[in-house]
Ligand binder design. Structure first.
Ligand SMILES: C[S@@+](CC[C@H](N)C(=O)[O-])C[C@H]1O[C@@H](n2cnc3c(N)ncnc32)[C@H](O)[C@@H]1O
Length: 417
């Protein structure tokens, strides 16, 4: 990692890129000192624990019950050529792959994330660093060569966790996604982003900057999905924008139907105030079809003992956002409460299950490993992530849960064939 401007400490940059969009907010000297002290202390405790000098381990090494492969049975390869933009660690890519699409090229600015995809799919063409930067790329060489473009432009400009400056935020890369579509003219496209993009605040942005430039040639559908509706044991709602070329596609796109119900995993109303409960509003059990498979709770999915309580994992946060890189997946104070009830410790995620077992958490709850976090996001264990822990958590927390991506891809396939 390279900080191009050490004097000003304006944030983090990634080797070989100008990925300034990840820069955290400025820290005061006091804040920086607090973070430093905390991290030194926790590092020392970890080293002691890994050397067998810590508290005697309490939790056996877990053996997960959920295999996300089961949530996205592989479809036979089809002939449709896909271009992946902002590929990250490959959540959307993996979902489309399982639905049988052929990845032609993938573009991602961060090398570690691109290496994740390359090591799992060595035969793919993955570009990273300056070559993977979609900004100002001339796409004319791909004109009419691609069936589907998919991508999740960075969500920071719209996310409720940020300043929500939308198009004013220089990290807004939706215009680049749209530029690629207009230049390449694929038969269809799929964009994914945070629900907040549909808020009143961004209505003008959505209509003028996204829908207007594309609607001349594309029929556009915007819809919201919950990851748990597809068996992913996490509260994660996202919007998808699907476009179908008017002169090439006559079939209707059918929004994927839930395969799982998760009414039994809703948080208990008694434990939350109305503000916290409003965060779960999309969890209302009204739309839950009780004939569907039951989504596993996070404890069950990770193979943890029954404590008489289970629930969806709170939305996991990307390790690359916030004031500094982190190995915590904690996203809010209500999430903290939920993790406590689940008796799971969401901070200091370990590199592997053995380390998690050895390094007993402060409150004695179960410590997560990156492999566990990947399962909570719907990645099969066979999908190996590259990079340091914070970087892997960044890729995981930024991704589209692959089973969710798979069902969108499958619905698209049914429209295109
Ligand atoms: C929301 S994540 C995408 C996650 C991905 N769709 C998935 O499902 O795993 C956005 C990604 O865009 C990448 N990115 C940001 N700026 C970029 C640029 N100029 N060119 C290419 N990729 C960029 C980030 O590094 C990040 O991995």
């Amino acid at each position: 990692m390279k900080n191009k401007n050490n004097n000003k400490n304006i944030g983090h940059y990634f080797e070989g890129t100008d990925a300034q969009w990840y820069k955290g907010r400025e820290l005061t000297n006091e804040e920086r000192e607090v973070f430093k002290q905390r991290s030194v202390k926790s590092h020392q405790a970890k080293i002691k624990a890994l050397n067998g000098e810590g508290i005697t381990p309490i939790h056996p090494i877990n053996s997960p019950k959920l295999n996300p492969e089961d949530l996205m049975p592989k479809l036979k390869p089809n002939h449709l050529k896909v271009l992946s933009l902002f590929s990250g660690g490959g959540g959307l890519d993996l979902g489309f792959d399982h639905a049988g699409f052929q990845h032609y090229q993938s573009y991602e600015i961060i090398r570690d994330a691109a290496v994740t995809i390359m090591q799992n799919r060595p035969q793919w063409n993955v570009f990273y660093g300056d070559d993977g930067n979609v900004k100002n790329k001339n796409w004319s060489f791909l004109k009419n060569q691609i069936d589907v473009i998919h991508g999740g432009p960075p969500c920071q400009p719209f996310s409720i966790a940020g300043h929500q400056n939308g198009g004013e935020d220089d990290r807004d890369l939706f215009p680049e996604f749209i530029r690629a579509i207009l230049a390449i003219e694929p038969t269809a496209f799929v964009a994914e982003n945070v629900k907040a993009l549909r808020n009143k605040k961004f209505k003008g942005y959505l209509n003028q900057k996204i829908i207007a430039p594309l609607s001349q040639n594309y029929k556009i559908l915007i819809f919201e999905l919950s990851a748990a509706s597809f068996g992913v044991p996490q509260k994660r709602d996202r919007i998808f924008i699907v476009g179908l070329k008017k002169d090439q596609v006559s079939k209707q796109f059918i929004i994927p139907k839930p395969t799982h119900n998760f009414a039994h995993l809703l948080p208990s109303k008694n434990n939350y105030n109305s503000k916290q409960l409003s965060l779960f509003h999309s969890f209302s059990s009204e739309n839950q079809d009780h004939n569907l498979l039951k989504c596993m709770g996070v404890r069950q999915a990770l193979g943890l003992p029954n404590i008489g309580y289970d629930a969806l994992s709170p939305t996991i946060r990307s390790g690359l956002t916030g004031p500094r890189h982190t190995t915590s997946i904690l996203s809010s104070s209500s999430a903290k409460k939920q993790w406590e009830q689940l008796e799971i410790w969401p901070n200091g995620v370990a590199k592997n299950r053995l380390n998690a077992h050895k390094f007993v958490a402060k409150n004695r709850h179960f410590r997560l490993s990156v492999q566990d976090c990947a399962i909570i996001q719907g990645f099969p264990e066979s999908w190996l992530f590259n990079g340091a822990v914070y970087m892997i958590l960044g890729q995981v927390g930024n991704s589209v849960p692959p089973p969710m991506a798979y069902h969108v891809a499958k619905a698209l396939l049914q429209t295109l064939i």
